[in-house]
Design a protein around this ligand. Sequence first.
Ligand code: MSP
Length: 526
Amino acid sequence: MKKIYITTPLYYVNAFPHIGHAYTQIICDAITRFKKQAGYDTFFMTGTDEHGEKIEKAAMEAGFKNGDEKNFVDTIVPRFKKTWEKLDIEYDYFMRTTDEAHENTVREVLRILYEKGKIYKKVYKGWFCTPCEAFWSESQASDNLCPDCKRNLERLDEENYFFKISEYQDTLKKHIKDNPSFILPEIRRNEVLGFLDNNRLQDLCISRPKSRMSWGIELPFDKNFVTYVWFDALINYISGAGFLGDRKKFDELWPADSHVIGKDILRHHAVYWPIMLMAIGVALPKHILTHGWWVIAGEKMSKSKGNIVDPITMIDKYGVDAFRYFLLSAVEFGYDGTFSEELFIEKYNADLANDLGNLVNRTLTMMEKYFGGVVPALPDTAYEEKDMKSDAEGMQVQLATVFAEGNSQATLGIIWEKWVKKANKYIEESAPWKLAKENDKKLKEVMYNLIQILALVALFLYPFMPKTSRNIWKQLGMESDISGIRFSDDSEKSISARGRVPAWGLVPAGAKISKSNPLFPRIISK
Ligand code: MSP
């Protein structure tokens, strides 16, 4: 059976990961967990981009000698792995562009394209931006500044190998037009279509003379050149999926379901990569999900701007799920978001301490107080919280529809409005403390409902905040592992038919609550 194959970009190892990188990881992690929960088999791949000029330069700056770059990158990669571990990123495979299997695939792809006549040699005159690893023509860079990052360009006048991309322009345009969900969200799709409408594609320079830069994969047909870092890196999506090495794996994984990327690398993924695949003769990925940037005081967070925030610092200070929640909920997917600790604290206090934390804490406190922590049986005469019960039935499908385009903000918004906030309102309106005082038998029913609501909240939150959801599940006295619960498949752990959750009753009567410390204590800012 085809697996859902999700990828992140491969991160450059010239610096440690920051919040921008963390965001892509968290989105991919949430998508993968969401798909698993819905009953699909998944494969989530991430990794590092280790060749090229930028990395070579960083290696030299760190005191490594030419030819010793691999030892430099080996010092950086563990930091990426450690950060992903702290962020609770459950990937299946970590790909490095220095892996032998990947390098072999790149050489083989180059050979295939060269033999097909898609790669040729000519003198290149133009401009190059080292930080962006991008070529610019005379007309694109009239002021000698990179049109993207506005830094100084380097003049190039040398022989190089070129990949014929110009001949695929119309086919690509047609593919994008015929497949509206190929590039998401729509503003990014329009951006690519606008680019293809207004520019004639120039063949892509895919090599570097070793005399100038040798840290890369040697061309199989000319040992004086190495391949361009982007040509090398993009191939990871198929090499990591077993292309040319493991046919069975490749058939299970390809085409990828979603390449998740940031908007600055849209053209590489939505123009160069599809054309490479067309030239090789491989199907195109299904979706390219493009997010915006995390911005600090109006500037993109990046190493060169010196304004980076280390995800590990945030996790150590506020906890992993609070950090995941902020990134996933504070910005609409596809658009830029502002990061600041003040905004973080504001959102933490409102959504996590007040709404979610409070809901869990007061429900469980009342359970202990009124029922000694044992979930009561629903009385025969029970009135049911009809709205929420019927909402529960269609909820997974509704969330899946919204989250299909990566919009975690809207997805979490639904969970909050329809569940977390509504449940708090239910507590206010039904006032269990009054019912207890009056010895009203409705108390049993209200508390029973609240417990079922909490179980569903834990399940719905699992892809986004796995630790918190596990914690709530456990406090409800549930013994199963929440990560193994499927909304729909044939296994024993499945809790219903595809996309439907039994509304009430996940936590059986008699379950013993084990309340622990409040989930998200309020942060008092100085
Ligand atoms: N190595 C290439 C990708 C090759 S994929 C075949 C690269 N690496 S990167 O480390 O510079 O960027 C990796 C990802 O991080 C990109 O998707 C980029 O958009 C994202 N981000 C880098 N800074 C960012 C922000 N400030 N905010 C959000 N994401 C940003 O490009």
